[in-house]
Structures are given as C-alpha cells and as structure tokens.
Write a protein of this length. Sequence first.
Length: 119
Amino acid sequence: MNGMNIEYTGRHTTITNKQKAQAEAGLEQIGNMMDRAFCSAHVILSEDKYRKIAEIAVLCSGQTLVATCQSTDMETAIHGALTKLEQQWVRHNQKLTARMRHPAESIKTALVEPLDLSA
C-alpha cells in the first residue's frame, strides 16, 4: 500500500495479522474507489465484554470519513465498518456530482433572466 499511512490502535485487545490484512485489503479497495485521494487512515479495534468494536477514520482530500461497527466477532465488525465507509464515500460523491450538475436556484435565475439595459 504505497502512499497510504495506516495507524492501528488496539484498546483492550491485540491486533492480529489477519485483522490487519483484512483492514488493509478493505482500505485498498476503498482507495481504488477514491482514486487514492486520501493519505491516512486510523483503525481502532476495541473490546468491551462480549462486544467487539471496529472504528475506522479516513482522511480524504480535507474531509474525514468515520465509520463504527460493533459485533460479537472482530472480523465481522471490521467488515461492517469498511462497508459503512464505502457507503459514505459513495454518498459524498453523489452530493458533489449533484452540486456540479444542478447549481443553486439563484445562479440559474441570474443566468436565465435577460439584462434590462434600457434603464
């Protein structure tokens, strides 16, 4: 994963190589969707009694996307957090596309109304 900085934090748990590999593979896939627009990610894995919690924060082009998921299994929690991150990125892209294709009403009316030069 060249050009991507990934930090891992384990709270009340140890992070296994399998969990690191799963998180890196998911972030690689999301990185391909983002066209490598992000430079860092922080993966926080924590354990609380019978709950396993995965929190992933990704810094992408000035905006931070954060996803949290909890489950009874850590791999399932990581997968859920990665899925939520992917959904957030898709939603973010749709908003940007909508803004570019459909400008605000005030701009539209200013462009449509002819200028009155007789005054």
